[in-house]
Design a protein. Sequence first.
Length: 335
Amino acid sequence: MNILDLELKELEKIIKEAGQPGFRAKQIFGWVAKGDTETESMRNVPKSFWESLPELRAELPEIEQTQRSKDGTVKCLLRMKDGKAVEAVFMKYKYGNSVCISSQAGCRMGCAFCASGMNGLERDLTAGEMYGEILAMEKATGEKISHLVVMGTGEPFDNYENLSKFIRIMNDPSGKNLGMRNITVSTCGLIPVIDRFGDDFPQVNLAISLHAADSEERSEIMPVNRAYPLADLIEACRRYTEKTGRRITFEYTLIHGVNDDRGHLDKLVSLLHGMLCHVNLIPLNAVKEKGFVPGTRERAEEFRDALEKRGIPATVRRELGSDIDAACGQLRLKN
Ligand code: SAH
């Protein structure tokens, strides 16, 4: 049994059932959060304890490859116990250290421009495997993380039970103690889960992958739009902001000739006008097999200025790690 998969109260229960004192759970939780995952390194937990619970251990993914960018970004290929590989990325910002983790091995959403879904979904990651990504990245960098984004491979809302357990574990004061507001989850737009998420985690940041302001065009690049069309998605976003009072981030990846002309800009402005939101414009990371071409940096800035002028806060995402395989899912695809 992987300790990383357990919430504090679950760990406590297992420990008590083995006839051991419950307070060990908090001690172990604290050690693990510091990256001390070997039984010998948990100095105040006696050997006899581990002997009475031989099945209970903390299990990290193997760091198979590490790429370090000049700008401090570090990307790792992480191998799970069953051989499935995922990527995680460490980024340095003024406000702290952020890690982008994967929520699934592969993805079944099939977005046209994205490398992660090219071979479909392999399987969901467990809460402990997501936690393991964070600990592995801290190990690879020697740094502690303060912010977490679930924007790697996979659709987190297609793995909601494990995702929500993972968030609760991250937030536990005896463990990582990561503030809800320091966590961001990105979805392609699974509406029923957006509603649940707003109820369950009103403090966690929500990002929506929009990428088109016209429903038909959105269906062309994001098949999920056929099940959950744009108008319904926007309505769900309104429900979310009303319920939580929190700003939504809309991600808009600029793809040349697909969603980056003036007509697209006008549609985007009228779609989002008056919403409690922020637009993050992302220059496309070209994935060779996909054949899409990025919109220019200038066009992205034009989009940003036009949105800002209409009162919609917008930023162009800073490109980090462009000298390594930083594009979504590319390192994994290569392997
Ligand atoms: N499945 C979730 C989270 C993972 S993707 C989602 O769809 O939001 C994180 C973000 O990267 C999404 O906005 C996704 O559309 C975007 N993305 C995927 N491939 C990309 C690429 N090649 N270039 C730029 N952004 C990409």
